[in-house]
Design a protein around this ligand. Structure first.
Ligand code: NAI
Length: 506
């Protein structure tokens, strides 16, 4: 079987005309596809047609669509009187309620109406495409077509290959995505597909940091934005998506992967969910909201800068941190070991401040760790150990804030904040590649377009250096004994071989 997704007379049925159905209908008619809208709620499909027509005319007013293209696109939208009107469809996309029994019932109803060669696609975000298809007489024609909200702006779509999906279905959905101006990424039918799987590291690791008392929500957000370049902090993002959506997803992916420690959720979100602190939509989440604006706790005041000598510990990042200390005008001590008067700055790669200070034989009360990989120019991270003196901590803070660069001071944590979160994201991305869920290129494409991270996990790992990412993870694992930090085989092998993380298996 085959389907030419570029045929000029392509007819697409859209079942479920809520948020996602409307978005998919809009990009379909804009690309010349005829769309038949169906919804279980009386009047909903007509409302959707009117809403899509309004969106198209707004685009036309903004000059993004000619008046003629707008009129043609709107004319291609029709409302079905009943499901039976879907009979002439070449492809049907369902975007109904996320409930396996309801979706399976729909599959059975659809198969009684459409032709045997009609492609059926599901926009499910969390259910197994294979289990939806299992309800069908012809499961080979069913594939996943997972869009993101808002569909017209989120230009990526996951094309999901269920266990029974035939290759023509994946080819046709890939071509249809391109026709509609979206970037298709192919993924195997696995929990979270690519985007929701790759996105596990950001929130869960940030929650783990807060759970360990390393820093508060706002400090973690500030560091990940300022030092690592994320557009939004993990807690800002959790507030935007709302905990009634994101906490169940965290639990579901963890369980679907049979308690994979990398995805272990946090009791913090469960408690806050129970308390109703859902996020923006309830006016209070990790942040409080005044209207649309988050009330961000003030940044701690900058203390006076250290004026005594500064000794920088040897190892990864020594040169960069020494150069920074010199640039800030402090006196650098050059000895193999620090004097008793020195502030000891310890550049960290995956360790915590305690472990590094003991390894180096330092007086831990005088030791403060610094992140040499993330934010030396933009947002510096300092880390204390349980006995770092307040004078040393504050002096280091003041010194590194010289010239107005912001500084985050956090408690002891293997890999500080940014190394820990970014290494986790890279590790999960590598494991998606290892499991052959998607190609390295598609993983990076899905993550940059679907999650808006500064880089795809594999390219980001290459940029840092795969060997350094492994060193960070190995140190985190050695200190915590938590298998959550075990390096993916994909990552470790490529680090050992000295090749790019984007290198596929030969
Ligand atoms: P929605 O609640 O906005 O719309 C669902 C629509 O389906 C409603 O109009 C409802 O009346 C209709 N419906 C429910 N049962 C039906 C049935 N048996 N037959 C026909 N119509 C039926 O939901 P939304 O957000 O558009 O989600 C739809 C699907 O897309 C779900 O599977 C969801 O998991 C998935 N999805 C949602 C995303 C989002 O951000 N909202 C992102 C990606 C996927």
């Amino acid at each position: 079987m085959s389907l030419d997704a570029n045929r000029s007379d392509l007819v697409l049925g859209l079942v479920g005309t809520g948020t996602m159905g409307r978005g998919i209908a809009q990009i379909a008619v804009a690309s010349g596809v005829s769309v038949i809208l169906v919804d279980a709620r009386p009047g909903a499909a007509a409302e959707a047609r009117d809403a899509v027509a309004r969106m198209l005319s707004k685009l036309s007013e903004k000059g993004k669509l000619t008046p003629e293209a707008c009129a043609n696109a709107t004319a291609r939208l029709t409302v079905a009187a009943s499901m039976a009107d879907l009979a002439p469809c070449h492809v049907v996309v369902e975007a109904i309620v996320e409930d396996i029994a309801v979706k399976q019932a729909l599959m059975r109803d659809l198969e009684a109406i459409v032709a045997p060669d009609c492609l059926i696609a599901t926009n499910t975000s969390s259910l197994s495409v294979t289990s939806i298809a299992a309800a069908c007489r012809l499961p080979g024609r069913v594939g996943g077509f997972h869009f993101f909200n808002p569909v017209p702006l989120m230009k990526v779509v996951e094309v999901i290959d269920g266990v029974m999906t035939e290759s023509w279905v994946v080819d046709a959905l890939t071509a249809l995505a391109r026709r509609m101006g979206h970037a298709p990424v192919k993924a195997k039918d696995t929990p979270g597909f690519i985007v929701n799987h790759a996105g596990r590291g950001f929130g869960t690791e940030a929650l783990k940091l807060v759970g360990e008392g390393v820093a508060d929500f706002a400090t973690v957000d500030r560091i990940l934005k300022g030092a690592a370049g994320f557009r939004m902090g993990p807690f800002e993002l959790l507030d935007l998506t709302a905990l009634d959506v994101s906490h169940p997803v965290m639990e579901s992916i963890y369980d679907q992967y049979y308690q994979e420690p990398r995805f272990r959720p946090s009791p913090i979100t469960r408690q806050r969910l129970v308390a109703g602190l859902l996020g923006r939509k309830t006016g209070r989440g990790f942040y409080a909201y005044e209207g649309d604006k988050a009330v961000v706790p003030p940044v701690p005041a900058v203390p006076a800068a250290w004026t005594g000598p500064v000794w920088v510990a040897p190892g990864e990042g020594e040169e960069a941190v020494s150069a920074l200390v010199a640039k800030l005008g402090a006196t650098l001590e050059k000895g193999v070991m620090p004097s008793n008067e020195a502030l000891c700055l310890v550049p960290i790669l995956g360790e915590d401040c305690t472990t590094a200070a003991v390894r180096l034989g330092l007086d831990a009360t005088r030791a403060v760790a610094v992140d040499p990989l993330f934010g030396l120019e933009t947002h510096r991270t300092l880390m204390t150990n349980p006995v770092t003196s307040a004078a040393i901590r504050d002096g280091a803070h003041g010194l590194l804030a010289t010239g107005g660069v912001s500084v985050g001071v956090v408690g002891d944590s293997p890999g500080l904040i940014a190394q820990r979160v970014v290494a986790t994201i890279i590790n999960i991305g590598c494991d998606i590649a290892q499991q052959r869920i998607a190609t390295p290129e598609d993983i990076d494409k899905a993550v940059t377009l679907g999650l808006g991270y500064p880089a795809g996990p594999l390219a980001w790992g290459d940029r840092i250096g795969a060997d350094k990412v492994v060193a960070i993870l190995d140190a985190m694992l050695a200190i915590t004994h938590d298998p959550r930090y075990r390096a993916s085989l994909w990552l470790r092998r490529r680090a050992l071989l000295g090749v790019s993380l984007l290198t596929p298996e030969s």
